[in-house]
Design a binder for this molecule. Sequence first.
Ligand SMILES: *Cc1c(COP(=O)(O)O)cnc(C)c1O
Length: 474
Amino acid sequence: PRSTPLYSRQRQMCIRDRYISTRDNSKEYSFEQVFIKGLADDGGLFIPKEVKKYSAEQIKALSNLSYQNLAKEIIYPFIGDFMTINELSDIVDRSYSVFRKDNVVDLIKLGDATILELFHGPTLAFKDIAMQLLGNFYEHYLKKNNKNINVIVATSGDTGAAAIDAIKGKKNMNIFVLHPHNKVSLVQRKLMSTVKEKNVFNIAIEGNFDDCQNLVKSMFADKEFSNLINMSGVNSINWARIIAQSVYYFYTYFQIKDDRPINFSVPTGNFGDVYAGYLSKKMGLPINKLIVATNQNDILHRAISRGKYEAETVLETNSPSMDIQIASNFERLIYDLNDFDDRETQKVMSGIKEDGKYIIPEDKMKKIDRDFLSASINENEVLDIIKEVYAMHNIVLDPHSAIGFGALKKVNIEGNNIVLATAHPCKFPEAIDKSIGIKPDLPDELKYVMDEKENYDIISNNLSKTQQYIKEKI
Ligand SMILES: *Cc1c(COP(=O)(O)O)cnc(C)c1O
């Protein structure tokens, strides 16, 4: 890469590779531990001990890089001695060679706004961008340490497919994906269940996404089980995913050539993607506002607009990848809001566990207001937005991306407004058909999945049954 001198300079100036837990910041972890464990033993989330800011000059030095070279620059300071820059460089290039766009993502003008298309990877959702990298990080780790691993992941539809594609056929590892039975779209399920590699296992849980996520959390907490099977997780709390996602905020910033403030509207479920935007801002990227766009499962909208973080029952909507009431990554923001105080964070989190809510104090709401806006979009609005955008611009947004677009309109903000398009519309043909009477086609190279034989097992929402199933398979 032409920018090698930059790596070492930034490495020294922007060390971000020592990690702590949001619930106990006295103990340090390496990137390797953070990546493999996913969640800290104390139940907290990993974050860098310190996120040093790039100077304006350092940011400028990144501005003309290809997406791949930018990714190397952004990610390297976070990973410490997990791998060398040459190893990272090779992994980034290989990971993104499977995308349908040379620069991984694409920017499309849509009236006053810009759509950031993040769905040009193998499973048609933004999650591929981080997950392809993670698959290769695992491979590197397993080779280096001569280990076996079982990845267990809960999915509301897109994570599972992206993780399976990234891990299928890799040596010394299996992947088990728990999806809520009958609550993911047919295309989403087929992208998971038609994969034939022997290290891939699909489980349909009779419950909703939060049930799946709770099962995975309980399996992690069960030390005897998780140690026995060398369990690892790739859910959106995994720090490696966050840093991979922050790259496209930088990349987009560099593509926008005028000086108005830049805002990102982010279709949000687990608060992972939008947190990556927040992290970019912490790294010094001049982002004005991050718009948290939710569907009717609007816990984050209620938190950000009214200071009330309180889970309600999960509603099934036409944007299933955001049908979530417990936004796991929000704890990382809670830690910042509480002035990096681990004890306070612990208190807030046990309050949420006990009373189901966190009433965010006035002074902390002021901090939220500096960086975030929010809006919630209901099912009918989603269909209307898809129709309107199609009529005006001849572009078909998927329901999640439509929520990003609709939220941007609702908050009514000036500037360079970017909407993250998080999935390809063909993943959600039912909703698109209902809105505009069209069923968008899968890209040619993926059409075959619709006719392939499916393979998945249905299990009740029960921890020991799920654990038993996994033990039998490995
Ligand atoms: C996962 C997902 C989201 C939500 O992302 P979070 O990081 O969980 O907030 C939005 N849209 C699509 C299509 C997704 O797959």
